[in-house]
Design a protein around this ligand. Structure first.
Ligand SMILES: [Zn+2]
Length: 165
């Protein structure tokens, strides 16, 4: 899926029920080898009360709040110190949706500020999308007005008695 922190924001969903469980803005670490992504924050994730002991670590399993699928763990003790207390989700238990993929080449995209700025980029993408929708709405409005005018003219013509020359 990915080996480094993705360029554009990603939304992580439970693979089974598609509930959004997290996004890439709070990624702390990604491990290709373990196929996990560790995040500071997660939504719709339930931390189990029971503590599971692994070979060299202890953790609480994480489940999808919606469908209870096992989607990861929160390490209590681990040799991987930097992963402690994070939401470490199994990449294979997730589906992801990359925001802004359809507008990447849109000229209205505000250039991303150097270094991070994921939220700014998301905002720029959304603004670009809204502008597109507005433009389409205006076009439709113009066409509707045009049609109404033509309709009125036709109706008038029908009402007028035919003039003789
Ligand atoms: Zn689920």
């Amino acid at each position: 899926m990915m080996s480094s922190i993705p360029e554009r924001p990603l939304v992580f969903q439970c693979r089974l029920c598609r509930t959004i469980v997290a996004d890439s803005l709070t990624i702390e670490a990604i491990s290709e080898a373990r196929r996990t992504v560790s995040l500071r924050e997660a939504a719709a994730v339930v931390r189990a009360a029971d503590v599971v002991e692994d070979a060299d670590s202890t953790f609480r399993p994480l489940r999808c709040a919606s469908c209870s699928a096992a989607i990861g763990r929160t390490y209590l003790t681990t040799p991987l110190e930097d992963l402690r207390d994070l939401y470490t989700l199994d990449i294979d238990a997730l589906a992801s949706y990359e925001l802004g993929t359809t507008t990447a080449a849109a000229p209205m995209m505000v250039p991303a500020p150097p270094g991070g700025g994921g939220v700014d980029r998301l905002e720029a993408t959304l603004i670009a999308e809204i502008r597109k929708v507005q433009a389409v709405a205006l076009q439709l409005d113009d066409r509707l007005e045009d049609l109404e005018k033509r309709h009125r003219k036709l109706a008038q013509r029908r009402r007028q008695p035919t003039t003789t020359t």
